[in-house]
Structure formats: structure tokens, C-alpha cells
Design a protein around this ligand. Sequence first.
Ligand SMILES: [Zn+2]
Length: 767
Amino acid sequence: MKLKTFASLLIILVVTKLVNAQSIPTISAVQPIVPTPEVYKLVEGQLILADNISVSSKDLPENIKTYLIEKLNHVYELRTTISAVSKDLIFKKIVNVPKDWYSINVNETITITYSSEESCFYAVVSLLQMIEGKNGELFIQKCFVQDAPNFQWRGLHLDVARHFYTVEEVKRFIDLMAFYKFNTFHWHLTDDQGWRIEIKKYPKLTEIGAWRDSTVNAHYSTIPRTYTVEKYGGYYTQEQIKEVVSYAAAQYITIVPEIEMPGHARAALAAYPQYSCTGEQQGVPGLWGVFDDIFCAHESTFDFLYGIMDEVLELFPSTYIHIGGDEAPKARWKKCKKCQAVIRENGLKDEHELQSYFIGKMDEYLTAKGRKLIGWDEILEGGLSPNAAVMSWRGMEGGLEAAKMKHYAVMSPGSHCYFDHYQSDSPSEPLAIGGYTPIEKVYQFSPIPTGLDNEGLTYILGGQANLWTEYIPTMQQLEYMTYPRALALSQALWCKSRPAYADFKATLLYHQFDFLERYNVNFSKAVTFAKYSLKNTENGVKLELAKEAADQSFNVHYSDTNGAHDQGLTKGDSIVFERTEINQVNPVKVEISNKFTDDKQGFTLIQHPSLGLKVELITKPSAQYSGKGGETLTDGILGTRPWKGNEWLGFQDQEIELQVDLGKVSAIDSIDLSFLQDEGSWIHHPYILRFSVSKNGKKWKYLKNAEIKTYEYTIDPNNLMPYRAILKSKGRFVSIKLTTFDVIPEGLPGENNVPWTFMDELIIYFK
Ligand SMILES: [Zn+2]
């Protein structure tokens, strides 16, 4: 790709400028380190890294020495010598400075001053990020850096249950975290679909619980579901776990293990069904979701879990132990004699208090062993256990509530910290669970909730991002989903004050993308994608750059009925796709390439006879799924299947009405309509479609004889319109009324609720 050349060119350009014109502000705009250090002061000139760098061994901790030498020698292909009298790179440990404080002074030599081993390591990773240029011609911009972290919990989470990652892959995940000064790795080791940690007392946990016979294909909500019938799984031996724990510790990362309870326990119950309420033998599921079968709350279950915890505590020295606690349906507990007896004997009000009792037992046990319990925010329900810390995922409220009660909290709200969500709206994104969390949004995250006093603030430990892996089957894709969003998160957790997003983006483009490439990270380049808009215009739709992309230049390549076109697109330009005059539907493949990076993105626009026509939504769509309003239906962009969020208009009304203005009285032949069917998300096709026409928008003629044809839709973009209504009428306005069935039938997800109607694009044909 061209970015590298561009970035190095820019640096050379700016550096030359510096020598001639002292243009320091330009250079400081591209400060290289992420997370941004507290102080970064430029000094004129660069320190050229000679082939042979002598590193002082004094005050250099042994494992950091190993780390530094390995990187300099093997990644940057420099030669290093270590000796007590070296002068090129010097370390000084000092006292009376804040914890984790460090400074780097780059002039004729490099001096690193630090307060703790951690901060010495942080200085070293900052230094690595400062190295510019190609192998053999490396330099560091002369500067002074001073730095210290803001929050103490700077975490990334990895789910190895839904998809398994090998020891080598987990180590790689840890290596990359360390570059961005994350210090907590939350290892989600057990879930319904797999138990991944060897427990010697209960060998069946891994013999049976680590393996499933099948895995669901496509998206969870795609009905009917199909499965890949193939044994899938894996686990870590206790020796491997110890190896990973010490590997992480060498990079100053604490591993917090998660053993899920009482819910998400199907893998454990497949191995030991006696700890469920029914005792029924069931397999390890190959489907995602939330299951009714959870751990029974009777005494023998606690003995089982304590036995597991005894071995977990031996392996993990972390203060915090995560016990899950989320998404535990109470259906089984309600019908279980043993659980009901526990409720009675302990004077509990209901099953929510039983959940609180369950967590309380684990809290007591962990506290007695000198550890602290942390769980997802559902552990607040039925009363928070005395020593428990809360990981807030359903928004910030759980963490806020915990901090108000003087319990520690880690913020990980789904809105900003779920990296299994989509990061761009490009159709080329790999299938994800849903949601939309672009890097700009992650950058806005702060772990500090509103409504806390100063004392409450001391209970906010920090934050973390979660990598749930239902839809992340490979390491390659895991890196893609994590990077560069993790860089934006590291800013939120490390920096006391963050630079503007535009400055952060410049650091990404001019430094960090090169750094990630140097370490062969498969990262997303969504920040370089054109942010564009398609707006209705007089004779069709108009493509323009959005404000955020106004500083960039793109080339647009597309072919329509007039042939192939290439056109530049910068601020102020627009490209109009006209509606077809004859009754023609013409898919136009549009490819937008970034002129600097060469990165390409694309979409298919359907040119059709009602492109860009005005649509009035008499019934308002739900605020979450309102797209661009009525324009969404005639912009030529068809909602994708599976649903990716923002192209569809979503309604939750039983009666939906909209009107199309054709601009002039016209002879109408027919109309094509498209709806989404996604039973898992409660989205259904409408039940009745009714059409009326009007010449003036006042007097309406109901077309009771409109003939409605339905088609099987496929993923073929030419055949995405499953309904055609033959109207054969004349008018300027067309009214469309949709009626859904009143409630979702029993036996289907969301039974007895009003179904959602998701609609995108309507095409009107003329005579
Ligand atoms: Zn029970």
C-alpha cells in the first residue's frame, strides 16, 4: 500500500521544513506515541540510530532488557551491545515521583528515567513507537517525553469459549496489548460453547466440556439455521496457563480469569449434569445465545465450584477473579425443588435474591482466600455482595450504582467498548454480531460516569473493551476487530487529557499505521474510508463527501448505462446518479479509493425510475432505525441481509403509512417493495399491503384490485425486491399502507409482542 511512502514522505517534508522554517506546530501535530503522553516537547533535529547501539545495563530490569534487545535486533534489525559504561541509551531509576511515571529525553543520546519497573517498560514501548524510517535508516525525532497513566484498570477481554485461540495466539494478543500500555487481560475461559481450562479434580470439564459437535453458520438470527457438523474445541493445560500468566507478567499485564456462573454454564453441565436443576444430560451447544439451563443453587454445586476455584487461584495470582454473573435466566430455579428449598431456608424473597445469594457465597469464599470478586453488572440484582466489584456492560449505570455504594467498578459499556460490533458501514466488513462502534465513537468514551462526587470517583478503576468471538473465528479477524480501535480506547484509559480526534487520527495515519505494519498486525483502515452521503436531488441522488472526510481526496470509479467513469471527489464535488427514464433497473458498482492510501471501498447503487423521489413517512420509524427518513427508501442503496443496521427503516407499529410524490401526474404500472425477515430479531414481513393514488394529494382512490406478487429473494442484488404490486393507475401521489399481524405467534422468538417491520427501497415503474 502507498500509505507508508506517504507517511515517510510527509515526515521528510516536515523535517526539511523544520530545518528551514522552524515550523514546529506542524510536526507536533503528528506526535507519534499512543496513548498520547502527558508531555511531548520537540527539539530540533533527529537522532540517527547507528547500526550499533550501546545500551546501558545499569538500572535496566532483566526482562525489559530481553524485551528491548529482541525488538531492536529482530524487528528493527539493529545491532545492540550491552555494557555498564554505554552511553547511547541510559536508564535511571528515581524515587519521589508518582507511581508509573517515566520520562524520555532524546538528544545526542537517549535517557530514560522511571519510577517503577512498569514505568520503565512503558518508556521502552513509547521509545519503540518513536522509531521512524526504514530499516538501515532509522531515526528518532529529538524530544522530551514525560508521562504517567490515569486509570489503573486498562483492560482488553478475550472470549476463547465461542472460538478457541491457541497459546501462541493468546500470547500474540498480549504482545499487541502491551504496546498500548494495557495492563489487564480479562480471559473469558468458560461459556456455554466450551470449557477451556484444565481442572485436575474434574477432568470431564475438558474431556467433555471443551468440545462441541457442531457450530451454527451465518448469523444467529438467520432462520432457518444451518450448522457445520464438525468437532470443534480445545483447552489450555495448567502448564500452558502458567506459561501464559508469566508471559503476560513479563509485559506487566495481569490476567484476570473468568469462570462463568450461574449462567453460561452449559459446557460445564454437559460434563457434570448433576449440578444443573434438572440433572438432564445435554451436549455442549453449537448455537450462540442465552440458555435456560444454569448451575443449580444447591450446596453440592458450591463444593464443585470451590474445587474449581482452588485450582484457578493456584494458577492466577491476580487480585480480582471474575465470576461472570450475567444473563442467568431464572426459569429452572423457579421449578427446582432444591433451589426453592435454598430460598426458603435462607429467607430469600425470590430467584433474584437467590442469584445474589449465589454470588455472595462465591464472594465469601474468594475473600477468605485473600482475593476479590468481580462480575458483570447483573450481580447488582437482588443486592450486591459486600466485597464485589462490578463490570458495567449494559451502559454505565451499573458501574455508577456500584461506585455510589462504595464498590469498585470497571466500565465496559456495549455502546463504546464492544469491539465485536461493526466498525464501518462498508459492505466489505466481515459478518459481526451487530451494533456500530466506529473508532470515532470509541474515542469519545470516558470511564467516568456523570453523577459521581469526588469520593465516588475513586471507585472507578478504569475500563476495558470486550472481544466476544461468536463471529470472530480467526486470529486475523480478531486483530482486525481490535485494531486500531484499541488505540482509541488506550487514550481514554491512559491520558489525563486527550488531544482532539483529528490530532489522534493524524498520529494513526502518519505513525501508528506504520508501527502496526511493522509488527504485521491485520488492522482495519476504516478511518481512511471516505465518509460520504447520498442525498436526494431533482433528478436522482447525489454523492458527496461528508464533513469528516473533507480533508481527504478520493477517486470514484463507476459504470452505468453511459459507460465507465472515473471522477475525483474532494470537498465541494458531487456525482449525480440520475433516475432512469425508461423502466430500467440498473445496478451501478461504485468504487471509492483513497488517493493517498489506495484503500478501496465500494457499494452498489441501484439506478431505477423512482430514484431520489420524495417519500413522506406518515408513520414515524423508531428513532434507532430512522436512517435518513423517507429518503432512505429511494436512495438506490438496498438494505443488506443479514441486517447491518443503518440502511433499513424500522417500525414497531401495527399500521404503517407512507406517501411517495412522483413530482407530476404519471401513468403508474407497478411498485416493488422490500422487507426484512429476521425472526430472531422479531422482524417480520407485513401481513397486508394496500395502495391508493391521488392526483392532488387530497382526493384518494383506493386500488382494491392491486395484484400483489411475491418472489423468493436471494442474496443476488438484482433480486432483492420480494413484493411487486401491479397498480395500473394514474396519479402524482402513491399511498402505501402496511399492516403487520398484531402479535408474533407463540413459539417464535418475541412471541406475543408486536413484530418489527423493516423496510428498504421502493421502486415504482411507469407506463
Ligand atoms: Zn436448582
